[in-house]
Design a protein around this ligand. Structure first.
Ligand code: B4P
Length: 184
């Protein structure tokens, strides 16, 4: 059983590695970014509310995200474990997750931080070219990351849950280091 959270700046490879590791561990990959992008594409109520925040590189308000996670972690496939990619992204989300995991008796085993220098992040995201990958928006996402998400590194480190992995290596090398973490 694997229950793992991916932290890391935009473009660190959270989505890439969470997809591969979820197959390896046979647990669902839960990406709040993917859920939000589907909601935007389907023009649901959530998507219409989230779209402007995402296009500006801002975090979507917590009240929209917390219900979404509550609902997703309550689905039957999540009982066997999960990989959370892109959640939590600020301290209130992490505190909410703590309470939820305690309530459903599913403690998180590892919090993995993927470390990648800013210039590498910028060049990866510019070459990916998603709708929110223009240079101005990427720079704002990095500012938002430093202000709101980076404090979670200390939050989880102080609880001895943090594992740092160098994300500035090939996809295959990063995957192999992550597989060692989950099978150790
Ligand atoms: P996300 O979908 O989480 O996207 P991301 O952080 O930009 O990307 P990720 O780190 O997953 O990078 P990837 O593997 O794709 O968030 C998008 C937006 O959704 C946010 O800005 C926010 O508005 C909103 N949102 C999501 N969750 C939220 C929450 N909890 N609260 C509020 N708002 C939320 O990799 C990037 C590129 O690098 C790819 O092209 C990949 O091929 C390449 N790459 C990956 N690993 C590589 C490697 N080792 N070497 C070379 N290239 C690599």
């Amino acid at each position: 059983m694997t229950r793992l959270i991916f932290l890391g700046p935009p473009g660190a490879g959270k989505g890439t590695q969470a997809t591969l590791l979820s197959k390896f561990c046979q647990v669902p990959h839960i990406s709040t970014g993917d859920i939000l992008r589907s909601a935007v594409a389907e023009k649901t109520d959530l998507g219409q509310k989230a779209e402007a925040f995402m296009s500006a590189g801002e975090l979507v308000p917590d009240e929209l995200i917390l219900d979404l996670i509550l609902e997703r972690l309550s689905q039957s496939d999540a009982v066997q474990g999960w990989i959370l990619d892109g959640f939590p992204r600020n301290v209130p989300q992490a505190q909410f997750l703590d309470g939820l995991l305690e309530k459903i008796s599913q403690p998180c085993e590892f919090v993995v931080n993927l470390d990648v220098p800013d210039e590498v992040l910028l060049s990866r995201l510019l070459s990916r070219g998603r709708q929110d990958d223009s240079e101005d928006v990427i720079r704002n996402r990095l500012v938002v990351y430093r202000q709101q998400t980076e404090p979670l590194i200390d939050f989880y480190r102080s609880r001895q849950q943090l594992v740092s992995v160098d994300g500035n290596q090939t996809v295959e090398v990063v995957t192999s280091e992550l597989q060692k973490v989950v099978t150790a």
